[in-house]
Design a protein around this ligand. Structure first.
Ligand SMILES: [Zn+2]
Length: 165
């Protein structure tokens, strides 16, 4: 029997200091702190950010700057912009991290396990053969910032290149 591996069913932030503040809105607003927040790219009202609570190094999230709860609230232009960013992330993970495969997904609503149910975001995770045992160890914990910085540095060139087109 095949199991559905669904790592996006996991809260992004479980113990933030201020639960009233939407962390995805905050990161969206703080465009002057992109490197501190591990934001890799911004385009068309969206940003790409490394998850600070990843299932695996290189766990990306594609997020609209607007606080909307689901994909349909983005409208067709927003949906297409998001899909185009997901494709850009796919390239970055494949070439920047050399992953062998990927998983992606999103949650709508509390019952589906959305960590931040009011603010839609897409998860994209790199996969390698035999990585599952490793992930069950680090899943849900904050990885060392050195690992995040390594992933950030490896992925960044693949996002900068697109701006020159
Ligand atoms: Zn928000």
């Amino acid at each position: 029997m095949n199991h559905l591996w669904a790592p996006w069913r996991h809260s992004y932030i479980t113990a933030e200091e201020n639960p009233d503040e939407c962390v995805l809105c905050t990161i969206g607003r703080e465009s002057d702190r992109d490197a501190d927040n591990f934001v890799l790219y911004r385009e068309n009202g969206f940003y790409v950010v490394l998850n600070r609570y990843p299932y695996i190094n290189g766990h990306l999230m594609i997020v609209p700057e607007k606080h909307v709860p689901d994909l349909r609230a983005l409208g067709s232009d927003g949906q297409m912009a998001m899909m185009s960013l997901i494709a850009m992330c796919e390239t970055a993970l494949a070439e920047g991290l050399g992953c062998m495969g990927m998983n992606g997904g999103w949650n709508v609503g509390n019952c589906a396990g959305a960590g931040i149910p009011g603010h839609i975001h897409m998860h994209l995770l790199p996969r390698w053969s035999g990585d599952v045992n490793f992930m069950t160890t680090v899943g849900g914990t904050r990885v060392m910032s050195a690992s995040l910085e390594d992933s950030y540095r490896s992925l960044l060139p693949y996002f900068r290149g697109e701006e020159d087109d």
